[in-house]
Design a protein around this ligand. Structure first.
Ligand code: SF4
Length: 421
């Protein structure tokens, strides 16, 4: 465990600025997770770019229970000021389990946890982040307002408005009424508005701070694409969200990589769907850098790309199947097929990658034992090609912005009635 000063000393790229307005940018998980979040870093960059505004980071302390208590007052990294003393606390929430971290950090900041218990003495408390794409409703009790979806433009607009009205929540609400992209729980109730999409001119998001103290140690992250043009029924990133996939030109990606970046992470929901992905990876690897890609599609892997990934330091080839059988993959409209997975195993073996990892979803409505039997048979075939095959298995669960179980069952019936693709 490293203290505040130790964490700052190990960082490169930390932004320091004297400013009239300071916002506390709070991440409800520990530092290691926060600094692996490209969205969190992007909002940090955007706020610092505003004249007269600075953002100071605060994260859920490491450890648990007494160990967290022993870490002392809850302060921001850059200034050491108490989080509860800021006029605005801006949270980035990735998934539902982090709501426990929201509750704990608000309590540690001395701010009433429920929005209904706060008044003019307390900061404005807002949220954004990946959870707002998939399931923003559980955030409603804790936040004065929520920015939905891509937040780069709206966070700047919001901070500007809040500054103009003195961070008085009722005045902020009055200014935001009717504007798209904001969820005002006391106004909208359970009718959550659509998510926001930023101008393509603001892409790509890129790392601001590099540090060895993250899950992605010293890796410079840059978006290669945003969104996804595929249509998997269970996924919040499917093409119906924010107009599908937006591609970052190869030249822009490469030009944005700092000269001292030793490791480069290409980020996006479907990076290997980028039409120039092999050339981009080659550019990175030929410059002597390691490479990481946040998402590999099995149907996009070929000898050239996997060879480049191996040169760029890959040890595990990770793909997703997300349906136990060909039939279930058709049900959820996942384009991956068994032959793609077998080919992935061949490529991993040919390039001496240590492990082939496959993400799998079980418990999809309509799944039967026969589908799982097919998965067992496929696993045997895979294991005959590559000695180390690992599965990451997750159950399906209903999310607010994806089809419900009943809708999936209806989709399944439609698929089964239609001829096989
Ligand atoms: S390919 Fe991946 S990101 Fe795209 S819609 Fe399917 S599950 Fe979502």
């Amino acid at each position: 465990m490293t203290d505040r000063r130790g964490l700052l000393a190990a960082e490169r790229g930390t932004l320091y600025k004297e400013a009239e307005i300071r916002v506390a940018l709070v991440y409800p998980s520990p530092y290691r997770a926060a600094m692996s979040s490209l969205g969190y870093q992007q909002i940090y960059r955007v706020l610092h770019a505003m004249p007269g505004v600075a953002a100071d980071r605060a994260m859920l302390p490491d450890g648990a229970g007494d160990a967290r208590e022993a870490r002392g007052p809850f302060v921001t990294l850059e200034t050491g000021r108490p989080v509860g003393g800021y006029p605005m606390l801006a949270y980035s929430v990735a998934y539902e389990l982090e709501i426990a971290g929201v509750v704990e950090t608000l309590a540690r900041a001395g701010v009433p946890v429920l929005a209904a218990d706060r008044d003019a003495r307390h900061p404005l408390v807002i949220a954004g982040g990946p959870l707002t794409f998939s399931n923003p409703a559980p955030l409603a009790p804790f936040f004065d307002l929520v920015i939905l979806g891509e937040g780069e433009e709206l966070i700047a607009e919001l901070v500007g408005i809040a500054r103009d009205v003195g961070f008085v929540r009722e005045r902020v609400w009055a200014e935001l009424a009717g504007r798209p992209g904001y969820f005002l729980p006391h106004v909208h109730g359970e009718r959550v508005p659509p998510v926001a999409a930023v101008s393509d001119a603001l892409l790509p998001a890129r790392s601001v701070i590099a540090t060895p103290n993250t899950e992605l140690a010293d890796m410079f992250l840059t978006e290669a694409a945003r969104g996804c043009s595929r249509g998997c029924t269970y996924c919040v990133m499917r093409r119906s969200t924010n107009g599908g996939m937006r591609i970052i030109p190869r030249g822009d990606i490469i030009a944005g990589i700092p000269g001292d970046a030793r490791r480069v992470g290409l980020v996006g929901a479907a990076v290997t769907d980028h039409p120039e992905i092999a050339a981009i990876v080659r550019d990175v690897v030929d410059a002597g850098r390691e490479v990481g890609i946040s998402s590999l599609r099995a149907d996009k892997l070929d000898d050239e790309l996997v060879g480049l990934l191996a040169r760029g330091g890959y040890r595990t080839l990770t793909v997703a199947a997300d349906g136990a059988s060909e039939r279930m993959r058709r049900v959820v409209e996942r384009s991956t097929q068994a032959h793609h997975l077998l080919h992935s195993a061949e490529l991993a073996a040919a390039h001496r990658l240590h492990t082939l990892k496959i993400y799998m979803m079980l418990g999809v409505p309509g799944e039967t034992d026969a589908d799982v039997d097919e998965l067992v048979a496929l696993s045997r075939e895979l294991a005959a090609i590559h000695p180390r095959v690992a599965y990451g298995v997750a159950p399906t669960g209903p999310r607010a912005r994806v089809p419900s179980s009943q809708e999936l069952i209806a989709l399944r019936r439609q698929r089964l009635a239609a001829p096989a693709a």
